[in-house]
Design a protein around this ligand. Structure first.
Ligand SMILES: [Mn+2]
Length: 262
């Protein structure tokens, strides 16, 4: 088997503020297959004639058992030759996902789109908080490079972490629309929906004004010049959504990311 392997990870127990992200995966699928649109990506890929493999949603387990389940499930997709595309869930899932990628890829760059750095050493006493995944990933050297885009809420501690781990952070205030993303190695794309401005993505737990437009986000995806071997779409919180706008946005990003991966 080859191609994209979709998997839902309905887990939000490591969210620090609001629950609800666990309810996202089936709503993103519904929006993706909605008859309001079609199954063609902007670059001409038709998911109607070439659908991706869908593993369905993982059973939700508590804490450490869930992390082990995520790592095993992503590893299984990779060992079957597929490129995992995960629907979260909160951003804590990215650390156990990368624990599956790390041992299988000697060279891997993470492109991380987000309003937040998610680099806290711990948050409210939790080292596995959705505010911490990239600290764990960089400590364990699960990727060679971490490139962050759209960040606009850094604290002094997070700036220290950026220096400590050599993270390449392109803050939203410094982002240029002609950015090039030529990466000479496989890429893992971690897409936090709150990287977009709350005007485009109201359904998130931590809305941070001043973010990406939908068009900027899609252009960033299209500009990645490297094989994308895995991706996640996280932090959509349906309890905060308005008129299904954010579910529809997630479905659009899913289509453009998956097409880029095919
Ligand atoms: Mn975020």
């Amino acid at each position: 088997m080859s191609g994209v392997g979709l998997i839902g990870i309905p887990y939000d127990e490591d969210s620090s503020f609001l629950r609800g992200a666990a309810e996202a995966p089936p709503l993103i699928r519904d929006a993706f297959f909605s008859e309001a649109s079609n199954l063609w990506s902007e670059n001409g890929f038709d998911f109607g004639s070439a659908p991706f493999h869908d593993e369905g949603d993982l059973e939700t387990l508590p804490g450490e058992a869930m992390r082990d389940r995520i790592t095993a499930s992503i590893g299984s997709l990779l060992d079957r030759g597929m490129r995992p595309l995960s629907l979260g869930g909160d951003h804590s899932i990215t650390y156990p996902i990368l624990k599956a990628f790390g041992p299988r890829f000697s060279e891997l760059t993470i492109i991380h789109i987000d309003a937040h750095g998610d680099l806290y050493d711990q948050f409210a006493g939790n080292r596995f908080s959705h505010a911490c995944p990239f600290a764990r990933i960089m400590e364990e050297q699960l990727a060679v490079r971490l490139i962050q885009i759209g960040i606009r809420s850094l604290t002094g501690h997070q700036r220290d972490q950026i220096a400590r781990f050599g993270v390449e952070t392109i803050e939203m205030k410094d982002l240029r629309d002609d950015i090039t993303l030529e990466i000479g190695m496989p890429v893992y794309l971690s897409f936090d929906i709150d990287g977009l401005d709350p005007a485009f993505a109201p359904g998130v737990s931590h809305p941070e004004p001043g973010g990406l437009s939908t068009r900027q986000a899609i252009s960033l995806i299209h500009r990645i010049q490297a094989p994308i071997v895995g991706a996640d779409i996280v932090e959509f919180n349906p309890r905060r959504d308005v008129a299904g706008l954010t579910a529809n946005l997630c479905a659009k990003l899913l289509k453009e990311i998956a097409a880029k991966m095919m």
